[in-house]
Design a protein around this ligand. Structure first.
Ligand code: SF4
Ligand code: SF4
Length: 123
């Protein structure tokens, strides 16, 4: 018993001191989605296959699309990524998604007039 107590006192903790220590997620981890508007052709296969209705693709101009993703509804299954033949969606290892205001979980991924990728909260 004493041996076990001493061992536990000096061994490295099994948990991480998050958020003080950054988490390194394993390869293949399915975290926050990113959308590449320049690759999207607006076929909406991602929308059709999403089991929770978390993703919406909107046409914003000729051959220009934005993705509205509700990170609160998303179950991070990556079905939309698999369904996208143009590789316009990708999962990242980003897990820092908690918000006090649930409106902040609705994110619009699009592009600005210079075709730079943008990410903003839905109105
Ligand atoms: S499946 Fe891919 S190309 Fe089709 S609408 Fe979705 S993101 Fe765009
Ligand atoms: S990861 Fe799954 S739940 Fe989230 S938007 Fe894609 S298909 Fe829908």
């Amino acid at each position: 018993m004493i041996r076990q107590v001493l061992y536990s006192l000096f061994k490295k903790p099994a948990t991480n001191l998050y958020p003080a220590q950054k988490l390194e997620m394993p390869k293949g981890y399915r975290g926050k989605l990113v959308f590449y508007p320049e690759k999207c052709i607006g076929c909406k296969m991602c929308m059709k296959d999403c089991p929770t209705g978390a993703i919406t693709i909107n046409k914003i101009a000729e051959k220009k699309f934005e993705a509205v993703i509700d990170l609160g509804k998303c179950i991070y299954c990556a079905q939309c990524v698999d369904s996208c033949i143009k590789k316009a969606l990708e999962v990242t290892k980003d897990v820092t998604l908690a918000q006090l205001d649930d409106k902040k979980l609705k994110v619009v991924f699009g592009s600005d007039s210079e075709n730079n990728r943008t990410e903003k909260q839905a109105p």
